[in-house]
Design a protein around this ligand. Structure first.
Ligand SMILES: [Zn+2]
Length: 399
């Protein structure tokens, strides 16, 4: 197919993919402007346009534009991207639009024999669970700078990747390190990161690694009881697969507490677990944010508080009852409910921790507003100031 001449330029996202060995680049022409999206890998990657299909499809769907590539794409990935569009339109009929995808051609690729199996690995509960569950078949871990750690947060990235190199070495896996600005593209041109784009970005990286991997695990963030339309989902992730790489959403069968129960016997997991999303703190785990605290409660429930070296073992009920639960949407509330159910199943409904969780979920409107204001003014506001100061001092030290 060629690009239809009748299509006005402002209705089209044009992606010019430049082959590279360790760096794949897509120059994206959109609405009269240009954005150069790139992804670097620590080993040679697929130079074709195929890996750019998922992240640019969701971008084009947000803009309501057609999408054109200057190169052929894999036939299965092309068909899958159309099916992914259908699924996303079913979930978000008011927020996304159908996008026609135009390429110079499609091709059937045959993967080279002897390739391995990858697993996205951030050091968190979900990735440790999938990695340990499939330890025999997984050959590579994949860690991405630019996913949950921003490209400008170099200190946290270096600390995190240092831990993950040790984990990969301890578990006998090869580590593939990736750096990408695709999340910046998505932030600039829509789609919503959590709801629509997260999985497409992971698919992009998985497809890029086709010279080495025949399959890639995407660790599930939600168990089957909490499944809802989301950027990474068991009904969506496999649709982004190509002829060469199968993308596998893994781990929906286990709740977070069940995953921690599974992890607690792993010395490596208990030595390196990373869960914090308060990235501004610049710490591996801050031990204070909702995600750190929810994990500390989970570790308490499975009697492993003293086993985990990267989180405080003591939990303050006062800190629990004043947690801001909506920093990441409804996830904090759902996790508080899950922890309450797990405590109740262990006959701990009269424990201070259970009561504190109950209070955090049933605050009055004014108390909720005060906690929300404190979160944005102090945790985020002062966190941002400290982050900028730390960035400046790091820059001046390196100059
Ligand atoms: Zn934290």
């Amino acid at each position: 197919m060629s690009i239809e001449q009748s299509l006005e330029s402002n209705q089209l996202i044009e992606a010019i993919v430049a082959p590279g060995n360790y760096r794949s680049t897509a120059t994206v022409n959109i609405d009269g402007g240009q954005f150069v999206a790139w992804t670097e890998t620590s080993i040679p990657n697929d130079p074709s346009a195929t890996p750019w299909l998922p992240p640019l499809t969701v971008t084009a769907m947000t803009q309501g534009h057609a999408l054109s590539f200057n190169q052929p794409v894999d036939s299965a990935a092309y068909a899958g991207s159309l099916a992914a569009q259908e699924k996303l339109l079913e979930w978000y009929p008011d927020r996304l639009h159908n996008s026609e995808v135009k390429t110079t051609d499609t091709k059937v690729a045959e993967g080279a024999p002897g390739r391995g199996v990858g697993c996205f690995f951030s050091g968190g509960v979900d990735s440790f669970y999938t990695a340990l569950k499939h330890l025999d078949s997984i050959t590579h871990f994949i860690v991405i700078h630019g996913l949950d750690i921003s490209l400008t947060n170099e200190p946290l990235w270096h600390e995190t990747v240092g831990h993950i190199r040790m984990i990969a070495s301890a578990l006998g896996k090869e580590l593939i390190e990736v750096k990408s600005n695709v999340r910046v593209l998505h932030a600039k041109f829509g789609p919503h990161w959590q709801d629509q784009a997260h999985g497409a970005f992971l698919a992009h990286v998985g497809l890029l690694l086709s010279p080495h991997l025949k399959a890639v695990y995407i660790p599930a963030s939600d168990d089957k009881s909490r499944l809802k339309p989301l950027g990474t989902h068991p009904d969506l992730d496999p649709l982004w697969s190509s002829d060469e790489v199968s993308l596998i959403h893994d781990g929906v069968e286990a709740s977070r507490v069940e995953k921690l129960e599974y992890l607690k016997s792993s010395d490596v997991a208990m030595k390196h677990l990373r869960v914090c999303w308060s990235n501004l703190s610049g710490m591996y785990n801050c031990g204070k944010c909702e995600k750190c605290v929810r994990t500390m409660i989970g570790l308490h429930i499975v009697r492993a508080s003293d086993r985990c070296a990267t989180l405080p073992s003591k939990i303050s009920p006062r800190a629990v009852q004043s947690m801001y639960l909506r920093a990441g949407g409804s996830g904090g509330e759902l996790m508080a409910e899950e922890n309450m159910r797990a405590l109740a199943a262990r006959s701990q409904t009269d424990s201070p921790l259970y009561r504190a969780l109950d209070r955090s979920l049933h605050r009055g409107r004014l108390a909720n507003l005060a906690i929300k204001l404190k979160f944005y003014a102090i945790d985020v506001g002062f966190g941002l100031i400290r982050y900028r100061i730390r960035q400046r001092s790091t820059t001046s030290m390196s100059n």
